[in-house]
Design a protein around this ligand. Structure first.
Ligand code: ADP
Ligand code: BMX
Ligand code: ZN
Length: 289
């Protein structure tokens, strides 16, 4: 049984073959198309899967957005260039002729990371700090998806009532401040127009504004983690995404969380599967594991 696993993010698309023993082969990446029309996304997905599909028995997709009845719905359409509705499962089924399933990217990653934890852990949360801020919660050994797929969308909880407008329509969401997009949007003067990756490079060079932007993101994520601890009493929180996994970021989040009262403290760790947690989680869920 070989899964063709696909991860659809706001910045990049990834695909790989995943064997039953969770070995990853032939991993490929493409940027998420800049003009995110349904046709552009379909064409990019076609280019991504064509070289892999003959070797797979089925397709498993981890995608940004809410997946309902196989359709990708955006809670924050800005993360998908305005795309709010995309027939994801049907598209991959048409492209490959293979049985296809899809799940939210952070929920998928949460499942893979939960499975990589010690057996005594029954309650955990996964947070991706990436284009957006996504989340997945495992409670008493079960992945929470909710009645309509919205469960775990931690990035759309309130960070600052006076903060920026989020693409989801609310004001001051965690995502609007702490995500890669949020960090870039807050940059001013010589950093205006820079992406989060560049801002992290400048922060490492001790650029004052860049350090402040990174620290603000980390402080907001630390407060989110305290809220998640209060809501779920999780035993650990796993952090992923390119911002979350950037050098020095987790240590910063830990230092802010340490300032919260003891009841909110929880063990933090970087994603065991790094940038492949979504791919592997989708494969595990498709394989019924
Ligand atoms: P996706 O959201 O598509 O899953 P990523 O997890 O790579 O993709 O997140 C993309 C965001 O991470 C962008 O805002 C990008 O600028 C930022 N980013 C990418 N690489 C780094 C890095 N090395 N350090 C900090 N931020 C990064
Ligand atoms: C947004 C939302 C979530 C997603 C999260 C992380 C959309 C399109 N996406 O909050 O479903 O899990 O971003 O996505 O509404 P990523 O692209 O940063 O990995
Ligand atoms: Zn929001």
């Amino acid at each position: 049984m070989t899964t063709l696993a696909i991860d659809i993010g706001g910045t990049k698309l990834a695909a790989a073959l995943v064997d039953s023993d969770l070995q990853i082969r032939d991993r490929r990446e493409l940027p998420t198309p800049a003009s995110k029309t349904p046709d552009a996304l379909r064409a990019a997905l076609k280019a991504l899967v064509e070289p892999l599909q003959t070797q797979a028995t089925h397709v498993a997709i981890a995608s940004t957005g809410i997946i309902r009845d196989g359709v990708l719905l955006a809670i924050n359409p800005l993360n998908l260039g305005g795309l709010v509705h995309f027939p994801l499962v049907q598209t991959l089924n048409d492209l490959t002729g293979l049985p296809t399933m899809a799940v939210n990217d952070a929920q998928a990653a949460a499942w893979a990371e939960y499975r990589a934890l010690a057996d005594e852990i029954s309650d955990m949360a996964f947070i991706t700090v990436s284009t957006g801020v996504g989340g997945g919660v495992v409670s008493n050994g079960k992945l929470l998806t909710g009645s309509g797929g919205l469960a775990g969308h931690l990035g759309h909880t309130l960070a600052d009532p006076h903060g920026p407008l989020c693409g989801c329509g609310r004001v001051g969401c965690v995502e609007a401040i702490a995500s890669g997009r949020g960090i870039a949007a807050a940059a001013r003067d010589d950093l205006a127009g820079c992406d989060a990756k560049t801002i992290f490079v400048r922060a490492a060079q001790r650029h004052e504004q860049a350090m402040r932007l990174v620290a603000h993101s980390a402080a907001v994520v630390a407060r989110l983690i305290a809220d998640v601890k209060a809501t779920t009493d999780c035993q650990c929180v796993v952090i992923g995404g390119s911002v979350g996994l950037a050098e020095g970021y987790l240590v910063l989040v830990e230092s802010y969380l340490a300032q919260a009262p003891l009841a909110y403290h929880v063990k933090l760790q970087a994603a065991h599967y790094r940038h492949d947690a979504g791919l592997l989680g989708a494969a595990l869920l498709a394989q019924g594991e």
